[in-house]
Design a protein around this ligand. Structure first.
Ligand SMILES: [Fe+2]
Ligand SMILES: [Fe+2]
Length: 335
């Protein structure tokens, strides 16, 4: 991973400021404000054990499957680390002029995501509230640290992919929840993430025009080292494997629905006039994508074999694909 000349970075931060202002205005014109409290079924709520002497949470209170619980918790924990993301972004982009306005707006919007997710889970008793709080305490104390310290170009490239990754992850978590209330809530959150992606993607698009070689380096570093922001939270390994197996977020989705669309929007493989550093970065990217496509086939084969084994043992593990197939069959039967 190469760090980018700080002189190029500070020139870009200055030259991109009008783009940030324009994109912020476009963002505000296209977003519709929404209210987290309207998405939560409050009348389902019940007081918990503790100072108010309610009822302790029991596993049977939740209508969510274990995989839906894991995915919701993982998404909520990821959103909970907003103070860390805010810090990292403010350090790498600076808060001058339009940059600061964007960071403020973005942070306030992101705040809605953990509010609505937690309120939903508490009102519906969807997960163990004590376990959730213990996990949040542990996770937030570790915080999130970017591998791209003080590096605007790498940071903007990273969030372009990461916002889209969270969009897919929220949307598919909604689908696998088999709860229309959760699905509606997560579709709303996913829409925000998509608009955030558009902002960062357009911003990096402008950076590519100004500094194509440095931008190419940043894109390659980010794609070839990509990790979800929640990686490293307690229980991440087990939960993320389950989530990949269930098809909520796996390598194929990552490549086909996240990496490739963003690269296409930037015309990365059609860019002309790169110098040898830029070309080198692009070759690394192409080689990585080729290898990743092979990994997808291998993973999917292994997963199919894994599910066949489970089914042979009489278990019926939950897969997003099967749920969606069933849903579309149902829709056909009804039509
Ligand atoms: Fe979010
Ligand atoms: Fe976002």
């Amino acid at each position: 991973m190469a760090s980018i000349d700080p002189k190029i970075q500070s020139r870009l931060i200055r030259d991109l400021e009008p783009v940030v202002a324009k994109e912020l205005n476009r963002h505000i014109a296209t977003t519709r404000d929404w209210y987290p409290h309207e998405y939560v079924p409050w009348s389902e709520g019940r007081t918990f054990a503790g100072p108010l002497n309610g009822d302790a949470w029991e596993a049977k209170d939740s209508r969510l499957t274990p995989i839906a619980q894991d995915s919701l918790v993982l998404n909520l924990m990821t959103e909970d680390n907003l103070p860390s993301y805010h810090t990292e972004i403010a350090i790498s982009m600076g808060r001058d002029g339009a940059w600061g306005n964007w960071i403020g707006r973005w942070t306030a919007e992101e705040g809605r995501h953990s509010i609505v997710l937690r309120d939903y889970l508490m009102a519906t008793r969807g997960v163990d509230p004590d376990e959730l709080e213990d996990l949040r305490m542990a996770h937030m104390q570790v915080g999130y640290q970017t591998p791209y310290d003080n590096d605007m170009l790498h940071t903007v490239a990273y969030v372009s992919f990461q916002e889209l990754a969270t969009r897919i992850s929220h949307r598919n978590t909604g689908k696998i929840s088999q709860d229309p209330i959760a699905e509606q809530m997560l579709a709303r959150v996913a829409l925000d993430e998509n608009l955030h992606m558009l902002f960062y993607r357009n911003l990096l698009g402008a950076a590519i025009e100004m500094e194509p070689n440095a931008a190419m380096r940043a894109i390659t570093d980010v794609v070839t080292n990509f990790q979800m922001p929640g990686a490293g939270m307690p229980g991440w390994g087990r939960k993320s494997v389950g989530i990949a197996l269930a098809g909520i977020y796996d390598l194929q989705l990552h490549l086909e629905d996240v990496v490739n669309p963003v690269l296409r929007a930037w015309n990365v493989f059609e860019l002309e006039g790169l110098n040898s550093d830029g070309e080198q970065a692009r070759l690394e990217l192409a080689a990585f994508l080729e290898k990743a496509a092979e990994d997808v086939i291998r993973f999917n084969d292994k997963r199919d074999a894994h599910f066949e084994r489970l089914e042979a043992r009489g278990q019926s593990p939950i897969r997003l694909k099967t749920l969606l197939d069933r849903k579309s069959e149902g829709a056909e039967l009804n039509s």
